[in-house]
Design a protein around this ligand. Structure first.
Ligand code: ZN
Length: 151
């Protein structure tokens, strides 16, 4: 293994530790119009994602919950990445993130800071920790298409 690879891993871990210690957008959202809950029984990770969808744009995103460092960091990085993005781009990011975390890096996609999560591919037991926030995000967006809300 090259020294550069080691440095990169260290940097990735730094970012994950930082987002776990100080999760961004970690709060309930009183004026959210979409939300979904996610649970990863393999690890016990539990989170709720809140979105404020304004027209075709995810105007705001936040989450609450508890879980391991990977699940918290993934949710924190996710809320940062999707805030202010068009819904269709968020959905496309969900698909590419899922591919990146479970299979391989989709060609031509620059994940920016989200790249730090790619390391979980080496640890199959942790993949669901990283994908949980994204599945929950996807479910929250899907709920945006429901015209009828019962609550
Ligand atoms: Zn976990």
């Amino acid at each position: 293994m090259s020294g550069n690879f080691g440095d990169l891993r260290e940097l990735y871990q730094e970012v994950i530790f930082d987002h776990n210690r100080n999760p961004r957008n970690f709060h309930e959202m009183a004026d959210a119009n979409r939300s979904a809950e996610g649970y990863n029984p393999l690890c016990g990770d539990q989170l709720t994602v809140y979105l404020k969808v304004d027209g075709d744009v995810v105007a705001d995103a936040s989450f609450v919950g508890h879980g391991c460092a990977i699940s918290t960091a993934s949710a924190s990085l996710m809320t940062e990445a999707v805030k202010g993005q068009p819904v269709d781009q968020v959905e496309s990011l969900f698909k590419d993130m899922h591919a990146m975390l479970t299979e391989s890096h989709p060609e031509g996609r620059d994940f920016g800071k989200l790249e730090v999560l790619s390391g979980v591919r080496e640890f199959p037991a942790r993949v669901k920790c990283a994908t949980l926030a994204w599945h929950t995000l996807h479910n929250a967006i899907a709920s945006a298409r429901d015209v009828a809300q019962t609550e």
